[in-house]
Design a protein around this ligand. Structure first.
Ligand code: ITT
Length: 199
């Protein structure tokens, strides 16, 4: 059994590979197919963008495709960066650029002295599984609440993880193992909700 994850994001690839390995399912991703052009993700919602990615890639490959669109929504920033999470600091921005912009925006909004806990936030993941051979299409969403901290902690994960404190662990997402992150994350929850619809 094999599934193509429609992503070029190495962090997502690792998390899905780990979760599907436990189910005896092999994953491939767009990192295995260099040269696939970037997909224009112009939807207004995570779900709309996941749908766009799943369909675009399913039309190129005749394989079941799983797409993830995800991001960080920060209360004090009225839900930003949201669907713009990957390009918060501009097109092609690095994780470091995006995190720097997040800290700047929060400091502007909250002022200095906001302390360790800068703002409540949540990660959201929308998944679409689409099999062009059978027409099967399933979608699911997951989210996890947390707090944005001023100083990064941990070296795991990707993206905003070093700044996202998970209260029940008293650790940032980047301080969790892959297994722990999948157990609590927006992506892990969305995946379990998706799989529950397939049985
Ligand atoms: P693909 O479209 O190729 O999947 P992408 O990184 O562009 O890769 P998105 O458009 O869904 O994917 O943007 C997701 C961004 O949200 C991602 O780049 C991170 O900045 C952030 N993000 C999503 N999930 C995250 C997580 O688990 N930990 C940290 N940051 C996350």
């Amino acid at each position: 059994k094999r599934i193509l994850v429609a992503t070029k994001n190495k962090g997502k690839v690792q998390e899905f590979a780990h979760a599907f390995a436990a189910l005896g399912i092999e994953t491939a991703s767009l990192l295995d197919y260099p040269g696939i052009p970037d997909i224009v993700e112009d939807g207004d919602t995570f779900a709309a963008n996941a749908e766009i990615k799943a369909r675009a890639i399913a039309n190129t490959f005749s394989l079941p495709v799983l797409a993830d669109d995800s991001g960080l929504c920060v209360d004090a920033l009225e839900g930003a960066p949201g669907v713009y999470s990957a390009r918060y600091a501009g097109e092609g921005a690095s994780d470091a650029d995006n995190n720097a912009k997040l800290q700047r925006e929060l400091a502007l909004r909250l002022g200095d002295g906001a302390g360790e806990a800068l703002s409540r936030a949540r990660f959201v993941s929308a998944l679409v599984l689409y099999d062009p051979a059978t027409g099967l299409r399933v979608q699911a969403e997951g989210e996890v609440g947390g707090v944005i901290v001023a100083e990064p902690r941990g070296s795991g994960g990707f993206g905003y993880d070093p700044y996202f404190l998970v209260p029940e662990f008293a650790k940032t997402m980047a301080e969790l193992t892959l297994e722990e992150k999948n157990a609590v994350s927006h992506r892990g929850k969305a995946l379990r909700a998706l799989l529950a619809q397939l049985v």
